[in-house]
Design a protein around this ligand. Structure first.
Ligand code: SAH
Ligand code: SF4
Length: 377
């Protein structure tokens, strides 16, 4: 199989073209076609000589994602189910800007991307890990989730122009739709470290996705050694840690990874991250009825947040078909939030986004795979 051209950095592409005897500015032209114009075919790169276009097509693949299913929710959240070249399914979720958080309604959005097919970490509440881990995504498969959604958006604007969606300028750099990235889709990003970092560098680069590092949040279930490694990278990526329990007893019940990296080890790695990067940490805490929503978690959770200057994001659990876990009622969620706020930590209770479209990671894929399995005679 040919390597995909979107797994290459600008330097790697320039080096390749130099070795082929091409002038140095050719790399800039190709990058412009790939990331500003988002073409899906070498033949569309019309300012390159035909011979170079066919040479590139012989050397590199230019894979795109095939849209299998699109689900929209009332609040404009859209969920994309993609098929990869080998038939595997992954998800991305497009989340509209929250007017309450950012003032005016923005035409820019956050995209949540996947990093693996399935997940090996088997958190008890999560749909992504239910069928185990299949493989890591390649850098281009992570990058392409952003490009494919932006391509989709440009065609939407053409077909349904509306005052809320600005007119499309799909052929210019200004037409970027996504300016925030959260690595919270299917998979454990830090278990696919090399490919993740390469993809994020492409998405962050001025010649690539042009998304600021501080606008990129990596969510991890708590792989302590990789957190330390990430702390030593030059980029200021934000880190979100899926905590879901503030004591080892509660956390280990939900997340098997806590046995490998118990809280003390995780917290030490996060202190290292904070020392290197400053205030870039968020704790994610799913509220699950009768499991981690009792007020005895509040003090230890607030103590961890204070120690690390972390913000806490409370997320009412999204039900997963076939799993026994339930979301607490609104009053319980609110009482938990208020108790944390009284402890003096920064805390938000997430307003529902995409709840009715299986927006939590892995759920649309799970449902589609189940439907496919039952529809086979
Ligand atoms: N593997 C990484 C990133 C992907 S999961 C991680 O665990 O952080 C992204 C977030 O979605 C995590 O905080 C995860 O705990 C949460 N999540 C998974 N299933 C969920 C569900 N059913 N309801 C609400 N949040 C869920
Ligand atoms: Fe994997 Fe994250 Fe789901 Fe846990 S929550 S199984 S680490 S994707």
């Amino acid at each position: 199989m040919l390597p995909d051209i979107k797994s290459l950095t600008a330097d790697e592409l320039a080096e390749h073209l130099r070795a082929e005897g091409q002038p140095t500015w050719r790399a800039d032209q190709v990058l412009h076609w790939l990331y500003a114009r988002r073409v899906t075919d070498f033949d569309a790169m019309t300012n390159l000589p035909k011979s170079l276009r066919s040479r590139l097509a012989e050397t590199f693949a230019l894979h795109t994602l095939e849209l299998v299913r699109l689900q929209g929710a009332h609040d404009d959240t859209q969920k994309f189910l993609w098929r990869l070249a080998d038939g595997a399914l992954i998800e991305s979720v497009l989340i509209p800007a929250n007017p309450a958080l950012y003032g005016d309604r923005s035409d820019r959005r956050t995209l949540c991307v996947s990093t693996q097919v399935g997940c090996a970490y088997g958190c008890k509440f999560c749909a992504s890990g239910l069928n185990g881990w299949k493989r890591n995504l390649e850098p281009h498969e992570i990058v392409e989730q952003v490009l494919a959604v932006e391509r989709w958006h440009a065609t939407q604007c053409q077909h349904h122009p509306s005052p809320r969606t600005p007119s499309p300028r799909p052929s210019t750099l200004d037409s970027r739709l996504i300016d925030n990235l959260v690595i919270m889709g299917m998979g454990e990003p830090l278990a696919n470290y090399e490919n993740l970092l390469k993809a994020l560098r492409i998405l962050n680069a001025p010649w690539g996705g042009r998304i600021g590092a501080r606008k990129i949040t990596i969510s991890t279930s708590g792989l302590a050694p990789q957190i330390r490694r990430l702390a030593d990278e030059p980029e200021q990526f934000r880190l979100a840690v899926s905590l879901h329990g503030a004591t080892d007893a509660v956390r280990a019940r939900l997340m098997p990874v806590n046995r490998k990296y118990p809280l003390a080890e995780l917290i030490a790695a996060l202190e290292y991250y904070r020392a290197r990067k400053g205030r870039m940490l968020t704790f994610e805490y799913i509220l699950i009825a009768g499991v981690n929503d009792a007020l005895d978690q509040v003090q230890p959770l607030a103590a961890l947040a204070r120690k690390l200057h972390a913000k806490i994001n409370l997320i009412p659990y999204n039900r997963v078909e076939g799993l026994p876990w339930q979301r607490p009622d609104e009053a319980t969620c609110e009482a938990f939030r208020a108790a944390l706020a009284r402890e003096g930590v920064r805390v938000t209770l997430r307003r529902e986004k995409g709840g009715e479209i299986d927006a939590a990671c892995g759920q649309l894929r799970l449902r589609t795979e189940r439907e496919l399995a039952t529809s086979v005679p």
